[in-house]
Design a protein around this ligand. Structure first.
Ligand code: BEZ
Ligand code: FE2
Length: 404
């Protein structure tokens, strides 16, 4: 047992002053130091300095570790040129991103306060790194393939990767399933994978309505995807319309990523079917996919989270940076209440969506905590300042173990 005594603690109810936290793998009790000392007499004691603050560790629900080698290789500005550049450079990027390169990405997340992440894995090359990571990991094995003739082979490969991930028994690691997108996965494959997810209660992730090109292709079989599918895959029609895709997911609550091009009706359906939107503002900007309409999401009472996406469409995996970008991108939102929503989206809301027992400093939650020093007494605009100033993270605890 450890008792940590910071100056301030950010809890869901209030900013506590001069209280302490007794924890092992989970938070056992939050109270004044003297009473904790009596309740847990043998505990190790960590006393922090003036203006120190404990906040929950952050949760990045959508990253792609396997693409971490990209810095200047991929073409930014518009979705189709970017996708072509991914296809052209994929093998090189994967070959140059070995264990060290992916570990650096995991470290970048740890140093910027991410204590849990959802890794979308295309090939399983990131499995060892994710297993060894200090963080809690949901390892989403991705299914892709729109050609019926390839279905059995691709599904076999997917199941093998999923089995490898399921065989990992380490605290904080769990396997999940990612369905790439409406345009790239045959409905037969989607149905098979969703059945597995339901039977084994595995978390689900998908990309949905990311680009104008996807919207045109999946709704009208037109637009920039026409030559792409004709040339590479000999297809004239989308394998799923976007509505058919959503219908397949009815009854399977999923983290639906991007959603920038979804209609009002689709947002309502996402809400009615209990999905959560994952918003990656930097990625959307770099790939020319527009800015998510937060008001439309809120009108539909749809839950949304902030995530970074991978280094294939971002320059960092730092959630504080991503929140700051979102704060400025969505300039019509009320500053303070939006800052609070952003912070909740990478803590308690993200934990809820991934069904992780973390995301807030509360008794019985896992002890995933960040120690910062504000240098000054916090005021009622604390959450805004956490986003603006990116205070240095002095230490990180994950499931009660000091990871930094
Ligand atoms: C496919 O495998 O069918 C696919 C992959 C990427 C983009 C589109 C389609
Ligand atoms: Fe993604």
């Amino acid at each position: 047992m450890t008792i940590i005594k910071p100056h301030f603690i950010l809890t869901p109810q209030a900013l506590l002053e001069n209280q302490a936290i007794a924890f092992d793998a989970t938070i056992k009790k939050i109270a004044d130091f003297e009473s904790l000392h009596v309740s847990f007499p043998g505990a190790e004691i960590i006393e922090l300095e003036k203006n120190s603050l404990i906040i929950p560790g952050l949760i990045n629900t959508h990253i792609h570790l396997e693409f971490s080698a990209n810095k200047t290789t991929l073409e930014y500005g518009s979705f189709m040129p970017w996708l072509h550049s991914v296809i052209k450079n994929r093998d090189d990027l994967m070959l140059t991103c070995k264990e060290e390169c992916m570990s650096r990405a995991v470290d970048l997340m740890l140093h910027s306060g991410t204590t849990s992440f959802g890794a979308i894995s295309s090939h399983g090359l990131d499995l060892d790194v994710a297993q060894k990571a200090a963080q809690n990991v949901v390892f989403f094995n991705e299914l892709i393939g729109s050609q019926a003739v390839m279905a059995d082979t691709l599904y076999g490969d997917f199941l093998e990767r999923l089995d490898n991930a399921k065989s990992i028994k380490r605290k904080g690691f769990q396997a999940g399933i990612a369905i790439h997108s409406p345009y790239s996965v045959h409905p037969i494959l989607i149905k098979r994978a969703l059945r597995v997810a339901k039977n084994e209660k595995l978390p689900l992730s998908a990309h949905f309505m990311e680009s104008p090109a996807e919207k045109e292709w999946c709704q009208n079989n037109s637009g920039e995807f026409v030559p792409f599918f004709k040339e590479f895959l000999k297809q004239e029609y989308a394998v799923n319309s976007s509505d058919e895709f959503l219908e397949l997911f009815k009854g399977y609550p999923t983290l639906m990523t991007h959603v920038t091009q979804a209609s009002k009706e689709q947002l309502q359906k996402l809400h009615d079917d209990k999905h959560t939107v994952v918003h990656c503002p930097v990625s959307n900007r770099l790939l020319g996919n527009g800015a998510l309409d937060i008001d439309m999401l809120e009108d539909a009472k749809l839950d949304w989270l902030i995530a970074t996406d991978g280094l294939s469409s971002n320059y960092t995996l730092n959630l504080f940076e991503e929140m700051k970008i979102a704060l400025f991108m969505h300039h019509g939102q009320d500053l303070l209440s939006f800052a609070k929503k952003l912070f909740d989206s990478v803590t308690c809301k993200a934990a809820e969506a991934l069904k992780l027992n973390t995301g807030s400093i509360e008794e019985e939650k896992n002890a995933d905590m960040l120690v910062l020093n504000l240098g000054k007494t916090p005021n009622e605009q604390l959450v805004l300042h956490l986003i603006l100033h990116q205070y240095k993270i002095q230490s990180v605890y994950i499931n009660g173990t000091k990871a930094l």
